[in-house]
Design a binder for this molecule. Structure first.
Ligand code: NAD
Length: 496
């Protein structure tokens, strides 16, 4: 099967000079080939978007929200198909893929309220019979570059808000699981979005670089690993663009001595191994405050033993394969590295039974204890089913560990002490905090974003920050009813 770009409302008809393999991670087989866009193809997509923008920016708010409502209905009625597409190329189990689609739907629902969200301010008589008002206008063509781990949800964090605000979009999804983006494009077209307002180009660095350099692309929303996020931010801003670049993560879950340890162990296992740990909000480090370490590690290990790993399409499987063989091998490499650096390998994921084809990219859930902050298993974003436990003596030590980490995406605290939780939310240098909630992904009417090396730029994703990011403000100062303007006056205007 061949997967190609969608430009100007239809599949691209050219012949690609480069293409990549798309795998079924549960079998290890190549399921499709995806065309890689050269700079020329990106130029075609940007030109189509630019042409469509001229009309789309003039579309009434009623028309724009009408398209989004229709899109919401289509997406809701076909969400199982989209979840199946995600599972086939990413590997996450069907129930997890369905959850991803549902969270994406919430972002569409938020954008349906765009008439309310784009209301400006109005000040009557700012000066005598002079009114001042502000309006928010779209930017033009905007680029969205998304990662493999949420092929439906992350595009939906940005695309609905961008088009609701009147922009035209060029999306460059991950080349590892490109089909979800094509499906979204087809649904948007069916919902009545004019051709060219939403375009999809597939590919790798070559396509990304052209998006970052193209003079007609006014803004870029990026999600991916920290080194690429930093590169996208620096390159895009150097080319005069507005950029928000969300990066990688190392999320800590602090467990205080008064916590409910069964609740904490359930949460650590769910948030550590859901989606095989391939979530930017996955918990990768449990910080156990003395004396809970031994009991907590035992409870986590007991739960890991009961997890069903296998093909995400098979009923009952809770954790699927990793996205590619190369990624599985990279993650598995940390198991030996952790042991060599002195961590205690409590559960070895290589021994876990698998309900799937032998050629799949499998690695079972792994648990390390006594992990020090100097070890590579602690420092690196592993992005796989490897959970580390670090032990500390006090709450203060726990906060220091979290705040010293260069990443600052999400964190959680498990405690029954409201005062301790209040103190943690105030002191921790992380963008999203959960209190007895392990994966605190904000609802669509807040915004999503980390601190430190987890986000470059100053706008978070979706929600109110998304509307802000995809518009620019214009302020109008007007006078209608006062013909006696006082003649020539070279002084700076004052309000009277
Ligand atoms: P990635 O950085 O490898 O790729 C992300 C995007 O950048 C893809 O579209 C890819 O084609 C492109 N890309 C890759 N290499 C490039 C290069 N050298 N130059 C230009 N573009 C390049 O990330 P991934 O492996 O697809 O996704 C996993 C990463 O994304 C993890 O680090 C995860 O934490 C992060 N992530 C972050 C968030 C967040 O909200 N902070 C959300 C999801 C994923």
């Amino acid at each position: 099967m061949r997967i190609t770009h969608r430009i100007g409302g239809k599949p691209w008809e050219g012949v690609a000079t480069r293409a990549g393999d798309v795998f079924d991670p549960a079998t290890g087989q190549v399921a499709a080939r995806v065309d890689f866009a050269s700079a020329d193809v990106v130029d075609e997509a940007v030109a189509a978007a630019r042409a469509a923008f001229t009309e789309w920016r003039e579309a009434s708010l009623a028309r724009r929200s009408g398209v989004l409502f229709a899109f919401r209905e289509l997406l809701d009625s076909r969400k199982d198909e989209l979840a199946a597409i995600v599972t086939a190329e990413h590997g996450k189990v069907l129930s997890d893929a369905a959850g991803e689609v549902q969270r994406g739907l919430e972002a569409v629902e938020f954008a349906c309220g765009i008439p309310h969200l784009l209301k400006g301010g109005f000040s009557e008589n700012a000066s005598t019979r002079v009114d001042v008002y502000s309006i928010r206008q779209p930017l033009g063509v905007v680029g969205v570059i998304s990662p493999f781990n949420f092929p439906a949800m992350v595009p939906l964090w940005f695309v609905p808000n961008a088009i609701a605000c009147g922009n035209a979009v060029v999306l460059k999804p991950s080349e590892k699981d490109p089909s979800a983006a094509v499906f979204l494009a087809e649904l948007l077209a069916e919902a009545g979005l004019p051709d060219g307002v939403f375009n999809v180009v597939h590919g790798d660095k070559e396509a990304v670089d052209r998006v970052l350099e193209h003079p007609d692309v006014k803004a870029v929303s990026f999600v991916g690993s920290t080194p690429i996020a930093r590169y996208v931010y620096e390159t895009g801003t150097r080319h005069g663009k507005r950029v928000q670049a969300l990066g990688g993560a190392k999320n800590h879950m602090v467990v205080l001595p008064d916590a409910d340890l069964d609740l904490a162990a359930d949460a650590a296992v769910s948030a550590g191994f859901g989606s095989a740990g391939e979530r930017c909000m996955a918990i990768s480090v449990v910080v156990a405050v003395d004396p809970v370490g031994d009991e907590l590690v035992a409870k986590i290990a007991e739960r890991i033993a009961g997890l069903r790993v296998g093909d995400g399409r098979r009923p009952g499987c809770e954790m699927g394969p990793l996205v590619t063989g190369a990624h599985r091998d990279r993650v598995a490499g940390y198991l030996d590295a952790g042991v060599a650096e002195g961590a205690e390998l409590v559960v070895d994921g290589r021994d876990h039974p698998v309900d799937g084809e032998p050629g799949g990219f499998w690695l079972g859930p792994t648990l390390f204890d006594h992990v020090g902050t100097g070890m590579s298993v602690y420092r690196d974003e592993i992005f796989g089913p490897v959970l580390s436990v670090s032990r500390v003596a006090t709450y203060e030590d726990a906060v220091r560990v979290v705040n010293d980490n260069p990443y600052g995406n999400g964190t959680a605290i498990f405690t029954n002490d409201g005062g301790a939780a209040r103190r943690y939310q105030n002191e921790v240098e992380v963008g999203m905090v959960g209190v007895n909630v392990p994966i605190p992904v904000p609802v669509a009417y807040y915004s999503f974003g980390g601190w430190k090396d987890s986000l470059f730029g100053d706008s978070h994703a979706y929600g109110p920050d998304g509307v802000h990011f995809f518009t620019r403000t214009k302020v109008v100062t007007g006078r209608w009813l006062d013909p006696s303007h006082g003649g020539v006056n070279l002084g700076f205007p004052q309000n009277t």
